[in-house]
Design a protein around this ligand. Sequence first.
Ligand code: FAD
Length: 488
Amino acid sequence: MPRPLRIVIVGAGVSGSGVAAGLVRAGAAGGFSAEVELVDPRPSFGAGLTYAAGGDPRHRVNVPSVRMASVTGRTAAEGGEEDFHRWCLERGVLEADPAGWADGLHYPARSVFGRYLDERLRALFAAAGPVRVTHRRDRAVAARRLESAQGTGFVVELAGGRVLEADALVLCTGNPRPELPGVLAGLAGHRRVVADPRAPGALDPIGRTDRVLIVGTGLTMADAVSTLIGRGHRGPLTALSRHGLVPRSRPVGHAESWTDFAADPPAADQSVRVRDLLRRVRAAVADAGRQGRPWTDVLESLRLQNAALWAALSIDERRRFQRHLRPWWDAHRFQAAPQVARLVASTQADGRLTLLAGRLVAASADDHPSGGGDGAGALWVVHRPRGGETLVGRTYDALVNCTGAGHGASFRRNPVLTTLAGQGLIRPDPLGMGVEVDGRHRALDAGGRPVSTLFVVGPATRGSLGEVVGASEIVPHALAVAEALAAS
Ligand SMILES: Cc1cc2nc3c(=O)[nH]c(=O)nc-3n(C[C@H](O)[C@H](O)[C@H](O)COP(=O)(O)OP(=O)(O)OC[C@H]3O[C@@H](n4cnc5c(N)ncnc54)[C@H](O)[C@@H]3O)c2cc1C
């Protein structure tokens, strides 16, 4: 009888817990046994950063309860679909949260989705079977290669001193903390500069009447506006990004895939061109409109086909997409729950929120600690409006950094990635969005060769695999890695 496979998964958010859930199910199906160590200092399974307990209840999932993904790996036939909605009904979540209703659907708080994931996953992991999952509530601080008689594995060191040996290592480190944009680096540590708005109580130092600059206009900005307005903020809010685009509202109907963008691929030696793709998308939207269908059907096609489309783009075309189209894609793809979108629109309409399109140029603070003050004084921020030449300088009392996850810095800031990269076992993808992987989620080493027992799942793979950000996109990736491990 072969000994069980030892698998260490770093990160127990949707990605890491999704892999563990897939392994448990593979074990239950027979022929596979494993000891899985799920490493994460957070107390719960599945919630990770996004759906953690204690988050502001105004921060809602952007997909209605009936359509949120099931991370346990249950298929639709097994009742995997609508599982979250059923759980909400059983727990009385919908009645307890009337503000969650919009257009006949319910958008629960993200922390509620986290509770659901934790409960379902805890039950799955507790069941006896050939795959045992152990939660190591600790931070992984280093990983290195282990050469042994059994083959090539890994050693993972935890902050508490424990050392784990693994035949296979799966990196699911998720969304790194946001980085302050370079122009704002000099304001780091200022009491009224919120570098990471997702940290608990991050917005507390902001006064009710403060003039607040929010840098970034995506979903994190919408979260910040929801929290501030919900707390009775009366001062002016200004949100700035390159294009000033805000997330679209989640549409009422269920989007249905409309066009096959992956059909008619270019010759094998040619890349799809982003410009041509954009032209086809525009034509498809016009075509859908003529037939009385919403633009979101076209977007749904792109969402479902994004992996194939991304794979068909050369690195230069991917860069072009990042530079010119990413803000448009993000605003349309990462939609806000309707009540959140309405709040952003109404605060804009009544003048409490001003949206600016432009680039940050400079920032300073009179009494920043580096200048000897208490770090609570006014901030001076200069931006160049989009398409303009003149510079605009304004005074603010507080600044909130809503530029999103700092993927670019993850190799520097996450010690597991740092140590693996130091040994040449992983490398950043060419766009600097995360860890480079092949089509089977195996990390590529410094020489571009896949490391057969080192997998990466989740947002860190999006430079290589396309959009792996929403829970519904992550779960199939997690299950694919679990299947590959079980087959090995
Ligand atoms: C603000 C925000 C809102 C979002 N809202 C939605 C939504 O409504 N719907 C949707 O589908 N998607 C949403 N997303 C997308 C979200 O990224 C995914 O749904 C999913 O939660 C990502 O899961 P993950 O496990 O990859 O990452 P994370 O949730 O970031 O989890 C990663 C985990 O890894 C752990 N970790 C990292 N490094 C180490 C280490 N060295 N040692 C131990 N543990 C480590 C962290 O503690 C963390 O728990 C949102 C994302 C953000 C940032």
